[in-house]
Write a protein that binds this ligand. Structure first.
Ligand code: HMG
Ligand code: MG
Length: 300
C-alpha cells in the first residue's frame, strides 16, 4: 500500500502562538502521546528568542525529556539558535525563511537574502538532517500574492546551500488546489521526495490542497494534532491542517500512515484543558464521539 509521511508539528507550530503558558512536563507528555499514536517525526520546539516567542522558551528543559526512538527536530533561525541546538545534541534542524522579505522582516528581523546569508554557514556545518521552510508560498499577509517562480527560485537556492528537504508553507491558509498545481508546475524539476507541504487550515482549504498534492505525486505533509497552530507573525494565521483530518483522509483514500486515529485524537486533550478550550478539529471530534458512544454501549 502507498504510504504517506507525516511530520507532526503541534508541539512547535501548534503551541508557539498560544498565550497560556503550557508547562514543559505537559509538552513532554504530549510528545509521548503522539509517539504512542504512531507519529515518528515530531517538530518539538524552536531555538528562537524567548522574548519573541515566550511559549517555546523552555526548549532546553524539554529536549532531555523526549522519549527515545523518535525523529525530533527544532527550528533554528540564526547562529545563536544553532549554537544552542548543538549544545543539546539536536541532530535535525529546520531553518526558516519566506518568499517575501516583508514577512521575514516581521518574523525573523531579516530580509530573505540576509536569512540565506545566515543559513549558509549553518547548513554547511551541520552534519545531521537539514530542513528549510519557505513560508508565504501563495500569499504574504504584508506583500500580497506571491509568484510561484519566486518560491521555486528560493527552493532551488535552499537546496544549493545544503537543505535536505523543503517544507512549503501556506502560512496564512489562503491557497486552493489550483494554486498547488501552479506551484507544482514551477517546482516540478525539483525532487518530489524532498518536498513537504505545510498547509494551514484558516479557510478550510487544507485537505483539498492535500488531495491535489497527493494527485500530483507528493507524499509528505506537515500537520498538527487537534489543528493547533498559527504563526505569531502572520496576521490571521489560523490552525494548521489537523493531523486527524490528514490521517482520516489518507486512510479512507487507501493510503497508510502508521497512525492510530483514536490515540491521536486523545493526545491533545490535556493540552486543550490547559488552554481552557475544547478541541474543534472535525475528525478529532468525530473519533472522540464515536469512542464515547462505543464506551456507553459497552457499559449497557
Ligand atoms: P533579533 O532581535 O533581530 O536578534 O531577533 P538579535 O540578533 O538582534 O538579538 C536580540 C536579542 O535576542 C539578544 O538578546 C540575542 O542574544 C537574542 P539580548 O542581548 O537582547 O538579551 N537572540 C536569541 N536568543 C535566543 N535564541 C536565539 C537568539 N537570537 C538572538 N536564536 C530572532 C532575531 C530570529 C532571534 C527573532 O526574530 C526571533 O526569535 N523570532 C521568532 C521567529 C519565530 O519563531 N517565528 C515563528 C516560527 S515561523 C512559522 O511559524 C512559519 C512555519 O510554520 C511555516 C509556515 O507556516 O509558513 C515554519
Ligand atoms: Mg506554520
Amino acid at each position: 500500500m502507498d504510504q504517506i509521511r507525516i511530520i507532526e508539528v503541534s508541539p512547535r507550530d501548534g503551541l508557539q502562538n498560544e498565550k497560556v503558558p503550557v508547562p514543559t512536563s505537559a509538552k513532554a507528555s504530549l510528545i509521548v502521546s503522539l509517539r504512542e499514536a504512531g507519529l515518528e517525526e515530531i517538530e518539538v520546539s524552536s531555538f528562537v528568542s524567548p522574548k519573541w516567542v515566550p511559549q517555546l522558551g523552555d526548549v532546553s528543559e524539554l529536549w532531555p525529556l523526549l522519549p527515545d526512538g523518535g525523529l525530533y527536530s527544532a527550528l533554528v533561525p540564526n547562529a545563536r539558535g544553532y549554537e544552542n541546538a548543538r549544545a543539546l545534541g539536536v541532530s535535525r534542524i529546520s531553518v526558516f525563511t519566506a518568499a517575501s522579505s516583508a514577512f521575514t522582516l516581521k518574523n525573523i528581523n531579516m530580509t530573505v537574502a540576509e536569512s540565506l546569508d545566515g543559513f549558509r554557514p549553518i547548513l554547511k556545518e551541520h552534519e545531521g538532517f537539514k530542513r528549510a521552510y519557505v513560508s508565504t508560498i501563495f500569499e504574504c499577509p504584508y506583500a500580497g500574492r506571491i509568484e510561484p517562480a519566486a518560491v521555486a527560485k528560493l527552493a532551488e537556492e535552499l537546496f544549493e546551500i545544503g537543505a535536505d528537504e523543503i517544507s512549503l508553507g501556506d502560512t496564512i491558509g489562503v491557497g486552493t488546489p489550483s494554486e498547488v498545481t501552479q506551484l507544482h508546475e514551477a517546482i516540478r524539476h525539483l525532487d518530489h521526495q524532498k518536498i513537504v507541504w505545510h498547509f494551514h487550515d484558516t479557510r478550510g482549504t487544507a485537505i483539498a490542497n492535500v488531495a491535489k498534492a497527493l494527485e500530483l505525486g507528493y507524499r509528505s505533509f506537515d500537520a498538527s494534532a487537534g489543528g493547533l497552530g498559527g504563526c505569531p507573525y502572520a496576521k490571521g494565521a489560523g490552525g494548521n491542517l489537523a493531523t486527524e483530518d490528514l490521517v482520516y483522509f489518507a486512510h479512507r483514500e487507501g493510503l497508510t500512515t502508521g497512525v492510530d486515529l483514536l490515540k491521536l485524537s486523545q493526545a491533545t486533550l490535556p493540552i486543550f484543558e490547559i488552554l481552557g478550550r475544547p478541541p474543534t478539529a472535525k475528525v478529532q471530534l468525530a473519533a472522540l464521539a464515536e469512542w464515547r458512544s462505543s464506551q456507553e454501549s459497552a457499559q449497557q
